[in-house]
Design a protein around this ligand. Sequence first.
Ligand SMILES: [Zn+2]
Length: 163
Amino acid sequence: MIKFIGLAFLVILMSSCGSHNSMSPKQVLFQSVSEKDAILLQEGKEKRYCVRCGMDLVRFYKTSHAAEHEGKELQYCSIHCLEEHLGEGVTLKNPRVVDVASLKFISIANAYYVVGSSKRGTMSRVSKYAFADAEEAKKFQKLYGGEIMKFDGAQAKAKEDFK
Ligand SMILES: [Zn+2]
């Protein structure tokens, strides 16, 4: 379903639904990082929040994704929200994901996703955590289970949330 055209990619699929999570702000999650470690790519006063669902990107940082849309950087809390946006048929350039080991953004093309580990997911029952280094992904998998896959596999799992 995906066509890579240079750095741009298109996904055409039908999806709907946008759920909102509300949790106590005091609860520390596996996804959370300290503010100084979070890279926030968007501009303006909403820069700290997922462009789709409005969740706090520092709190859900380890599952954050980013892409360029019409010349603007967009940041998502999760592959779920990225997928929801793609479901509208938009063209997103330079899609990236946070590497859980370094907390830096990497191209989704270079990411190893651990899907379905015992660590809780963001916007999804099936968690998806990405790593730049396959060995780091294996270490995580050893501790928390799950299956290692490239972006396409993780995206296919994310699509299941919309069925
Ligand atoms: Zn979101």
